[in-house]
Design a binder for this molecule. Structure first.
Ligand SMILES: [Zn+2]
Length: 494
């Protein structure tokens, strides 16, 4: 090719918990740094999809990346519900207008998640791809990266050419998938890769907490995909576990296989993976033990007595960040040397900030709860302010209470994935015997896969609130659970 290869780069990601009452609004996507364009967009996430994509793309001569002004993750992170039609239309409208103004393009990279849910748009990622295709024309290639929690079906690849999803949960391979997207996209533009793909839905739906790929058979499913990629050059396998807390038509497990011009092979590999997942369906759903909150706290106490510390108590089900169930039980069973991170309470944070809260202040407030029933009741905590700081786009207050316990309050939902991330708050991480956090699997990155914690306990409240493993307790309108194992008896592959 004589002219430089021009690739438009766009980002639009959210994992939408549609059962949360607070919509994700246009305002949530707009904050210092977001939207981002040009080099700022290309550099915003150097160790993940975007970083891998940009690094690899720039290893080729004559490739020009154009960062189209794109929203980054909303400031509510994953703690907000339906993306409003206004947010989607405004943000996508601006992106499409800019692509139109900057064209022609040989390729487009869409940096996505896959579990965004938008009011009135059943498949937002596919809709974005459709609109991009309309502008760039049939000859340009469109590649995307996805989270394995993406809810996808064949619709996306009707408009785009290729997708690359992370395989591990925790998602260790975002950078790698970004690199693959860049290399394969550029090869396609040069005529060296002709995307041929198959997408197969497997009727299995499950809560995300059980999807840890460090345990069988999730681990085996990943391994089987890796084996296919190793034995057949140019084969890429996506295993979308799906995101059940988005009430959208394309939920559930999805296998997607991409090959270089070999549609038959794509079909065979997809069928193999789908059949394997289906045969393992019972084990897939029972590979992780979930305790009641009461039992979890009792077991944590026992682990402290036997020295199996630090203990992680993970309330996997809290989707608002405001749930007080675990804190309440920790107080009731009088745990000591326990860190609770975090309870989100925007109103309390605004009040404390206005008061100029500082270290040494006495603290006596009702915090958390009430966002919806899943968050429980607000809880009165009396103690002393250890620290009050602004950082990572929100306000944080640490409270010392009880027998050497520390409660961290935050403005928004926070998922603690690494103990070291708490150090900027001035906490001595080693002083805690128990760490109570809000995470399902991502915490294993910094607490489990590096041998930090000796005991891991996953808990959820007795009642099947939002975030529960009991999906049949959720008010789905767009999903018929009976079409999925284990809630119905769907026929598959026999
Ligand atoms: Zn994910």
């Amino acid at each position: 090719m004589s002219h430089p290869i021009r690739i438009a780069v766009l980002h639009f990601s959210h994992e939408t918990v549609t059962f949360l009452k607070n919509d994700t609004t246009l305002d949530d996507f707009i904050y210092p740094g977001s939207p981002a364009k040009g080099e700022a967009l290309l550099k915003f996430d150097p160790k993940y999809f975007m970083g891998g994509f940009v690094k690899m793309a720039r290893e080729f001569d004559g490739v020009e990346l154009i960062g189209i002004e794109s929203p980054l993750w909303p400031k509510t992170y994953m703690g907000s519900g339906w993306v409003t039609a206004e947010a989607f239309e405004t943000l996508v409208g601006k992106m499409i207008a800019e692509v139109k103004a900057e064209k022609p393009f040989d390729g487009v990279y869409l940096c996505l998640h896959g579990a965004m849910a938008v009011r009135g748009v059943p498949r937002p990622e596919a809709e974005l791809a459709r609109r991009v295709r309309e502008v760039v024309g049939p000859k340009a290639f469109i590649a995307a990266t996805f989270d394995l929690h993406g809810n996808e079906d064949e619709e996306f690849l009707r408009h785009a050419d290729m997708g690359f999803a992370v395989k591990y949960f925790p998602h260790y391979d975002g950078y790698l998938q970004g690199e693959r997207a860049a290399r394969t996209l550029i090869r396609a533009i040069k005529g060296d890769y002709k995307p041929a793909h198959t997408t197969l839905k497997v009727p299995i739906i499950t809560a995300t907490v059980v999807m840890w790929t460090g345990a069988s058979p999730w681990m085996d499913l990943v391994q089987r995909a890796l084996v296919w990629e190793a034995r057949e050059p140019d084969v890429y396998v996506n295993v979308f576990f799906g995101f059940p807390f988005a009430d959208v038509p394309d939920v559930g497990l999805t296998i997607q296989v991409l090959t270089n011009g070999n549609a038959k092979l794509a079909g065979e590999v997809a069928k193999d993976l789908a059949g394997f997942a289906w045969r393992q369906r019972e084990a897939l759903l029972t590979s992780t033990k979930i305790h009641t909150i009461q039992d979890g706290v009792t077991l944590a106490k026992q682990a402290v007595l036997t020295g199996e510390t630090p203990v992680v108590l993970a309330d996997h089900s809290d989707r608002s960040g405001s749930a007080t169930w675990l804190l309440k039980e920790i107080v009731a069973q009088d745990l000591s040397n326990t860190l609770i991170a975090t309870i989100a309470d925007a109103a309390a944070m605004a009040k404390l900030k206005a008061q100029g809260a500082k270290a040494g202040d006495p603290f006596d407030m009702e915090i958390g709860g009430l966002v919806d029933e899943s968050a429980g009741q607000p809880l009165r905590v009396r103690g002393t302010v250890l620290n009050a700081v602004e950082g990572y786009g929100q306000f944080w207050v640490c409270i010392k209470f009880g027998r050497d316990n520390v409660l961290i309050l935050s403005t928004y939902l926070v998922q603690i994935m690494e103990p070291s991330s708490l150090q900027p708050l001035g906490l001595d991480i080693d002083a805690f015997k128990v760490m109570a956090i809000k995470s399902r699997v991502h915490f294993r990155r910094g607490f489990h896969d590096n041998s930090f914690a000796k005991t891991i306990l996953l808990v959820e409240p007795d009642e099947p609130f939002l975030g529960t493993v009991h999906l049949d307790a959720l008010p789905y309108e767009n999903v018929d659970l009976k079409q999925f194992y284990p809630y119905g008896n769907p026929a598959f592959g026999e």
